[in-house]
Design a protein around this ligand. Structure first.
Ligand code: PEP
Ligand code: MG
Length: 591
């Protein structure tokens, strides 16, 4: 039966495919397709893992018999029997074989997929004792996964997503291995999301998350349809269900009827046509109708994204979120050499165009490691985050500064500092930059000049711009956090997402004043929050005087189209009227 689930639209487009449910705890399991020739060896890997765990249980059974009191031995023995029974369960084995043979999933993916299916059956059981056996099933799966680690897969094939996108008509008819897949999860951390960047999935849906949460930002940078904050989607959707993700409307349609499929197939084709039309603007300079030059820059997460940025027509990188190099590494931070090589790759990838590297912005919804989220402080967004985290560990920060300075010898580099608010933090940061240069001098290592920039993302910073303009060459407005901190709305919390409003008059005032103050002082300013890539905001930002926008590469041509149609002389007056309105959103036609 067809039904729909509503969430928040975060990445545009339509994806139609089969659901792959991934438990949050298992997203780090590899997901790839195997070569059909290796089906048997992949099944053998699971068999090997399972046999290793069965042997281990048998060994334990022998030792348990001679252990502790009779009752304890009996209880433990019974538990081990349950584990053995689950391991030999036909549904588990048969299911795993099915996913490997029919869908060419790698062994780990097949195992966790089947685990999800059986776990759900346990959830639905009336009997409490049986319901609790789900935890045992998870434990033994974990053990099998660990045992399989020693046996590598024969061949890893990760097809490009585009190769797997198929025309809508075929979807109805064809049910073989070559169908698009969409990922459904309760929650994904930004680093999980990054892991899926080169993956097989054509769309994402999560139960939780806000529009400008970092998970949503990475989804958007992948340029595939995504919906977050879809509440119970991971419970309502079953493994292998057909699903439509409407990333424009923020809707997920499950088990669509042929009529609905046909309608969305049409929408998909319309979107492809629109993309084709926009691609003609690739080499057109971003000039407004009245001849104002506008810089359209890219936001990137990894050095490899630079290639895509150039291909999308970006004239530089306005924000390289360096923290993605630090995340998901179980606490082992990248050393100076590794960071230097990464920044250098990004700079060289941009082929002479400028690159702004932001120092690490760890904390809040970007924990170093996933487990860190559990012991996070009560208000992590107000806690030890971004520059505060860096200043709390000067040795780590100096390592990053030296790496960026060294990379700056290879191109035009901006060094951008996140979340500054106090003059003392500014002075301390600048002191450490001076120290990093002195250390490189002492070691006789070459480094290059950098332009120094600060992010304006805390209202207090926007209200004390004179201090910032005294110390920095340029400013970059981080509207994602500026909105969060101005309106006291957690950007990652879907339950207050309706109050997260870029058009609140207070937000507009802070953004407009920052642009005007920089203009007056002759300093450059850009917006690098999600507002910069939102085509509905382009005219307003141009009217406020903004001439530098940094966004996901996928948005650049759509924003360029708005720029080409704009007359900044007219927009100035209109923007000031919008800002005077008590409800700018209504005035701009947003409901
Ligand atoms: C912002 O806050 O607008 C920004 C660009 O930084 P991030 O989204 O990484 O916090
Ligand atoms: Mg920010």
């Amino acid at each position: 039966m067809t039904f729909s689930i509503h969430g928040l639209a975060v990445a545009r487009g339509i994806a139609i495919g089969r659901a792959v449910l991934v438990a949050s705890s298992r997203v780090d399991v590899a997901h790839y397709f195997i070569d059909p020739l290796h089906v048997e060896s992949e099944i053998d890997r699971v068999r090997f893992g399972r046999n290793a765990v069965v042997d281990e249980i048998h060994r334990l059974q022998t030792s348990v018999a001679h252990m502790g009191t009779k009752e304890a031995a009996h209880e433990l023995g019974a538990l081990l029997d349950v584990h053995l029974m689950l391991l030999q369960d036909e549904e588990l084995i048969g299911g795993v074989k099915h996913w490997i043979t029919e869908r060419l999933y790698n062994a780990e993916w097949a195992l966790t997929t089947q685990l999800e299916i059986i776990a759900r059956q346990f959830d639905e059981m009336e009997d409490e004792y049986l319901r609790e056996r789900k935890a045992d099933l998870e434990q033994i799966t974990e053990k099998v996964l660990r045992a399989m680690k020693g046996v590598g897969s024969a061949v890893v094939t990760v097809p490009e997503r585009s190769e797997r996108r198929r025309p809508q008509q075929d979807v109805l008819l064809d049910d073989t291995v070559d169908v698009p897949l969409v990922l459904i999860a309760h929650d994904l951390s930004p680093s999980d999301m990054l892991q899926f960047k080169q993956s097989v999935f054509g769309g994402f849906v999560t139960d939780v998350g806000g529009k400008t949460s970092h998970t949503a930002i990475v989804a958007r940078s992948m340029d595939i349809p995504a919906v977050v904050g879809a509440r119970t989607c991971s419970q309502l959707i079953r493994q292998d269900d057909w699903v439509i993700i409407d990333g424009d409307a923020g809707v997920v349609i499950v088990d669509p009827s042929p009529i609905i499929l046909a309608e969305y197939g049409f929408k998909q084709r319309q979107r492809e046509l629109e993309r084709g039309r926009l691609s003609r603007l690739l080499h057109t300079p971003a000039l407004t109708m009245d001849g104002q030059k506008v810089d359209l820059l890219a936001n990137i997460e990894m050095p490899e994204d630079a290639v895509g940025a150039v291909k999308s027509g970006a004239v530089g990188v306005g924000l390289f979120r360096s923290e993605f190099l630090f995340m998901g590494r179980n606490g082992s931070l990248p050393d100076e050499e590794e960071q230097y090589q990464a920044y250098r790759r990004a700079i060289e990838g941009m082929q002479g165009l400028p690159v702004t590297i932001r120092t690490v912005d760890i904390g809040a919804d970007k924990p170093l490691n996933k487990s860190a989220r559990d012991d996070a402080h009560l208000n992590p967004a107000l806690g030890l985050r971004a520059i505060r985290w860096s200043l709390a560990d000067p040795a780590m920060f100096l390592t990053q500064l030296r790496a960026i300075l060294r990379a700056a010898a290879h191109g035009q580099v901006g060094l951008l500092i996140p979340m500054l608010v106090h003059a003392s933090e500014i002075r301390q940061t600048i002191g450490l930059i001076v120290q990093a240069r002195a250390e490189l001098d002492r070691r006789g290592i070459v480094y290059g000049p950098v332009k120094l920039g600060a992010m304006i993302e805390i209202p207090a910073a926007a209200l004390t711009l004179k201090i910032f303009l005294k110390y920095f060459d340029f400013l970059s407005i981080g509207t994602n956090d500026l909105i969060q901190y101005t309106l006291a709305i957690d950007r990652a919390d879907e339950s207050v997402a309706h109050l997260y409003d870029p058009l609140h008059p207070a937000v507009l005032r802070l953004v407009a004043d920052t642009i005007a103050e920089c203009d007056a002082q002759g300093k450059s300013v850009s917006v690098c929050g999600e507002m910069a890539g939102d085509v509905e905001m382009t005219r307003l930002l141009l009217g406020m005087g903004l001439r530098s926008f940094s966004m996901h590469p996928a948005q650049i041509l759509a924003v360029k189209q708005e720029v080409l149609r704009a007359d900044t002389g007219r927009l100035r007056e209109w923007a000031s009227a919008v800002m005077q309105d008590e409800d700018p959103g209504r005035r701009m036609g947003r409901t």
